[in-house]
Ligand binder design. Structure first.
Ligand SMILES: Cc1cc2nc3c(=O)[nH]c(=O)nc-3n(C[C@H](O)[C@H](O)[C@H](O)COP(=O)(O)O)c2cc1C
Length: 260
């Protein structure tokens, strides 16, 4: 019966079963154990925070002016921009974008109970963010950083001009080298997998979309141009970020910069 159903499905489109079809089929929920468990495993409630303890840090701020921005105005205004003016970003704006897109907005809580501005399946928070500062200034040098969510600081991975790397990684997409910063979003797959198995990969991708939309709307609200970028060579990102292949996957890039 099951086999026939699969066969019929395949005939409807073509004979080939794509990897994405297989993934979709094998990660369907067959049943739900909603609330059935008496004891929640610790691995389902512990929130993991990636840190680079031996790296230098750049302090970020949590104090911003109370200027109100209407959500409807940013929703109306957001559009992809493919020309950037080549200005750098201030630490204040960088802090604001990181804190409200993916940081802990109400610090002081027990960390395993902390929450963020985007929803996360089972509060597993699999995402990491690496701001790649393209154009540096006195406050922040050009280079690659990791956002330490727990401390709301930036860890310095590399201080160097990464424009050439960006060109090579994005198929020579020149406009991106005039953006101020590119936020590289990755996903630590095990954090979601421990609870949801392979279905967790769906949630990791969905969450990257939530965080990315936060970055796009927040930067639009700051009067900055932005672009969502999915066109990059994954292994170049994996190499630069020194990620353990497969365990932490590059998912998305959001470029933010000045309007021309
Ligand atoms: C997942 C995703 C990946 C994208 N990748 C790229 C990209 O690599 N390069 C690019 O120029 N635009 C990219 N875009 C932007 C889309 O082309 C753009 O959102 C679309 O044309 C609609 O235009 P709008 O964003 O101005 O509404 C991407 C958008 C999404 C959602």
């Amino acid at each position: 019966m099951k086999k026939n159903y699969k066969k019929r499905l395949l005939n409807m489109i073509d004979e080939k079963e794509y990897l994405s079809d297989k993934f979709n089929r094998t990660t369907n929920n067959k049943n739900l154990d909603a609330g059935g468990r008496k004891k929640i495993p610790e691995s389902w409630s512990k929130i993991h925070f990636k840190t680079y303890p031996r790296f230098n840090k750049v302090k970020l701020t949590r104090s911003f002016s109370k200027k109100k921005i209407s959500l409807l105005s940013v929703l109306n205004k957001r559009r992809s921009t493919r020309t950037f003016s080549g200005v750098s970003i201030s630490i204040k704006d960088l802090s604001y974008l990181l804190l409200y897109s993916g940081g802990i907005v109400n610090p002081g809580m027990v960390l395993d109970e902390s929450r963020r501005s985007y929803p996360s399946a089972g509060a597993r928070y699999p995402l990491e963010v690496y701001p790649l500062v393209i154009i540096g200034n006195e406050e922040i040098k050009a280079g690659l950083y990791h956002y330490n969510v727990k401390e709301h600081t930036l860890e310095v991975i590399l201080e160097e001009d990464l424009k050439q790397w960006l060109l090579e990684s994005t198929g020579n997409f020149k406009p991106i080298t005039k953006a101020s910063v590119v936020f590289i979003i990755t996903g630590v797959l095990d954090r979601a997998r421990v609870k949801y198995g392979d279905r967790g990969y769906r949630y990791v991708l969905i969450e990257a979309g939530h965080m990315a939309q936060n970055l796009l709307l927040l930067s639009t609200g700051l009067g900055m141009a932005n672009l969502a970028v999915g066109g990059y060579i994954d292994f170049k990102v994996t190499q630069l970020l020194d990620l353990e292949l497969v365990k932490e996957a590059p998912l998305y890039m959001i470029a933010v910069g000045g309007y021309v």
